[in-house]
Write a protein that binds this ligand. Structure first.
Ligand code: ADP
Ligand code: DP6
Length: 303
């Protein structure tokens, strides 16, 4: 029997970028995401054969820092008098490349703990546990979800069939984690307050656009929100950027497609890879046109 638990990646259309509180984890602004069912992590837990806790991703033993991070998280909600465990996880999403492995990994881990330790938690309880491990992961439990400043997570319904693909710029582990990067922006970016204000407005507008099934409006907010998030990195001390020349080339390709009436929009997270948002019914045409312009790898994210 396959005893793995599955967790999915999600990509925010209005980003979470900064913690208003670390304990509990609360975001500065409400944020909203789309789950990517093809990008997932699967995790199982076994009794450890050694006298220490172990953590493997894709058969690679994780270092002390990673094990400490994951164990201090799960110790917040599993029984204190437990035996040492071995956490075995596989990512069908590149790890730490800005494709949301932290959310798929954390969701899968929380579900695996629920199973292994017989916690019998409800989905709502697991959502709240997950956000303490990685903020964005609480949104992965729903196809579309919003995470609000008070910590609550709401399922968002839409009649639109939103879909995403990734123009892969670099699948390697980034130099600075999302967590450290957002912390640097919170504490040093001179335009951080502007970001929070804009993201709050974007969230309201995005909910309206979703209610109106207005894909053009959804796309425009998605792009401008991502660019605003990335601008906080340029005003940090020291300034930095997740985006490379290839990221900018990918954004230009998306704009070019749009000019030619293939409606799609870009968004980027804490990494150089560019995600393209479109309507599922246009997938074939968009994929065909984008293939002509983007010679590197493309990942299709939604069923
Ligand atoms: P990403 O852009 O991929 O989300 P982050 O820097 O936000 O990158 O998070 C990467 C971190 O997420 C990893 O260092 C690890 O701590 C955690 N992570 C990634 N995959 C898993 C997994 N399968 N199980 C548990 N944690 C994971
Ligand atoms: C850019 O959820 O990975 O992807 O809460 O510190 O684990 P921690 O951060 P994380 O940050 C995600 C940041 C983002 C935007 C988003 O997904 O909303």
């Amino acid at each position: 029997m396959d005893s793995y638990s599955i967790g999915y990646a999600n990509i925010a259309l209005v980003k979470y970028w900064g913690k208003k509180s670390k304990n509990p984890v609360l975001p500065f602004n409400p944020n909203l995401s789309l789950r990517l069912d093809n990008l997932y992590s699967k995790t199982k837990i076994e009794k450890s054969n050694s006298n220490e806790d172990e953590f493997y991703i894709n058969d690679e033993k994780q270092n002390f820092e990673e094990v400490t991070k994951i164990i201090s998280f799960i110790e917040k909600f599993v029984p204190k008098n437990r035996e040492k465990i071995k956490i075995i996880s596989y990512n069908a999403v590149p790890t730490a490349a800005g494709l949301s492995s932290s959310s798929s990994g954390t969701m899968a881990l929380v579900l695996a703990c629920n199973k292994y330790f017989n916690l019998n938690k409800t989905t709502e309880q697991l959502v709240q546990i997950a956000k303490e491990g990685s903020g964005s992961s609480c949104r992965s439990f729903y196809k579309m979800a919003s995470w609000l400043e008070d910590g609550s997570v709401e399922e968002i319904k839409t009649n639109l069939n939103l879909a995403m693909l990734v123009l892969v710029v670099d699948e390697n582990r980034k130099k600075i984690s999302s967590r450290n990067a957002m912390e640097l922006c919170v504490t040093t970016s001179t335009n951080f307050d502007y970001w929070v204000q804009k993201a709050k407005e974007d969230f309201v507008e995005m909910k309206n656009a979703l209610a109106e099934n207005n894909f053009s409006k959804i796309g425009k907010i998605t792009e401008s929100n991502a660019l605003a998030m990335h601008s906080t990195t340029k005003f940090a001390n020291p300034p930095f950027s997740f985006l490379t020349d290839d990221s900018y080339n990918a954004m230009e390709i998306v704009k070019k497609l749009r000019k030619n009436d293939y409606e799609c929009y870009f968004t980027m997270d804490a990494g150089p890879n560019v995600k393209v948002l479109y309507l599922k019914e246009n997938e074939e045409n968009i994929y065909r046109e984008i293939k002509k312009l983007w010679t590197k790898k493309i990942i299709m994210c939604t069923e």
